[in-house]
Design a protein. Structure first.
Length: 206
């Protein structure tokens, strides 16, 4: 089977607007344009469309869902990785969060959880493992479009490509200060399940 994961289009958070609820961040107009471009680019209809419960992914998926109106749609727990406690950091700018981001990724403790509403790196990997197992159980030859988030898709790619590394090893290579996101807005990453194993094929942006 094939699963093509798509990161949501540009959101207001990506554009630098402080947010107060990570789940309800919306797309910018450019993000909506990216979503329409993604929908227009598909060469074949999928067997299933999956989206995270977050607003920005559902908005990104909407034009594809409209194009393939007879295809079932499911919401899976593939929301973005939240590693800083939301109650402390919602509404802040990235510059305010940066020292805490640096400390989090430098210490690279995959079991650490920052507080209520946050998730440890290991817990996120296990959530990602579960999504990959669910996809692997799809009938052979299935094609699934999965609308998700950058770090979650990055985690899936690490699970597949860095199978030799433990959770800490995966975490150490996950974030680099000053580097752009590993997966851009509206970028697609394809995963293929065959002969009992996953392989990752970078599909690029629209």
């Amino acid at each position: 089977m094939r699963a093509i994961c798509i990161r949501h289009g540009e959101s207001t958070g990506n554009a630098g607007v402080p947010c107060h609820d990570l789940a309800t961040i919306e797309l910018t107009e450019h993000g909506h344009e990216q979503a329409r471009a993604v929908a227009a680019s598909w060469a074949e209809a999928p067997a299933l469309i999956v989206t995270s419960p977050y607003t920005r992914t559902q908005q990104t998926a909407a034009p594809t869902i409209a194009r393939f109106s007879n295809v079932p749609v499911e919401v899976w727990p593939i929301e973005e990785f939240t590693y800083l406690q939301p109650a402390r950091w919602n509404g802040t700018h990235s510059a305010e969060r940066m020292p805490h981001l640096e400390r989090y990724w430098t210490e690279a403790d995959p079991a650490y959880c920052d507080g209520e509403g946050a998730e440890s790196f290991s817990a996120m990997l296990r959530r990602c493992d579960a999504a990959l197992a669910r996809l692997a159980a799809m009938p052979a030859g299935s094609l699934v479009y999965v609308f998700g988030h950058g770090q979650f898709i990055q985690a899936a790619r690490a699970i597949v490509a860095d199978v030799h590394l433990d959770d800490r090893g995966k975490m150490l290579g996950f974030w680099r200060k000053g580097e752009p996101p590993a997966i851009s807005n509206a970028e697609r990453v394809e995963f293929r399940w065959a002969r009992g194993r996953w392989e990752c094929v970078s599909a690029g942006a629209v």
